[in-house]
Design a protein around this ligand. Sequence first.
Ligand SMILES: [Zn+2]
Length: 192
Amino acid sequence: MQQLQLLFQNIHRVVTNYVNQPYKPLFIPSSVHINLTQKRFDLTFEIQKQDTVAYVQNGTHVHFYGPVHIRAHLAKAMRQFFIEHAKVHMTPLVDRHAQHMKLFYKNLRYKNQKSLWGSCSDLGNVNLNIRMMFLPQELCEYVIIHELCHLRHLNHSKSFWKLVSQYCKDYHKFEKELLLADKYIPKWIFRL
Ligand SMILES: [Zn+2]
């Protein structure tokens, strides 16, 4: 019993010592380049005693703190960072196309979708994948055009493709490229 108590004391000490220490997650690199903004962000991590992981951004340095050693918590915060980045930097691009095409969404949301680049609902809600930020610019813009066209045609009918071709003549090429576009996405993003 005493031994067990001693063991717990030791564990407690180890955990306590661990708090407020820099931490290096195994599955996340120390920097990430986002093609959409052509910026490289340095990522640092710190274990702190709190329920969820939060982050502060200072220019191109992003510091994550909280239970960063718990994978699910860290992944959630990383997703949030990408979603916020998309809201600030991708939404103006979407809106520019929407204005040009006169096709307006009701809500625009960003997600880390497993298999879809984007989706559109009959209520006029458009979802875009945060992974699009890693695609070459013209491919990213093609996905935006494609999803905005779904605001008029919720299918892949002839009328839909005709509308797409009005705004992107090379849509065949981009559709083909999208099938292989995972190569542009850093592998660890798939694990978030
Ligand atoms: Zn589609």
